[in-house]
Design a protein. Structure first.
Length: 117
């Protein structure tokens, strides 16, 4: 089961990472307004997600790598909160506000899953 979850997480991070480059504008919109260099933040986080994806495919994460993944999930949490507060669309899709807010606790579910790998 841990192997399956590892590959599911790898797919999620990989797809999200690639989307940061194919839908940069949509991701830039959810970066909170008080942060500078939105495009850089979007692309840098996309690179990190792709790297996490590749490393998850290659081996089971140790304590340090789990901490890196979990730190990343906490760091991007403000974007999810900002998106929910402002009812921002996900790319060109209008998502109902309750679903936008559901993404916030999802970060903590992902952290729990990462810790179990």
């Amino acid at each position: 089961m841990k192997i399956i979850m590892r590959y599911v997480l790898a797919a999620v991070f990989g797809i999200a990472g690639i989307a940061h480059f194919t839908r940069t504008e949509g991701f830039s919109n959810i970066v909170p307004g008080y942060l500078p260099c939105k495009t850089f933040i979007v692309k840098a986080s996309g690179v990190l997600e792709i790297m996490i994806s590749i490393l998850l495919c290659l081996k089971r994460p140790g304590t340090v790598f789990k901490s890196v993944i979990n730190s990343f999930l906490v760091i991007v949490l403000p974007a999810n909160i900002y998106m929910a507060r402002k009812s921002l669309p996900l790319g060109n899709i209008d998502v109902p506000k309750p679903l936008l807010w559901a993404r916030v606790p999802l970060q903590f579910v992902l952290i729990k899953i990462v810790n179990k790998l």
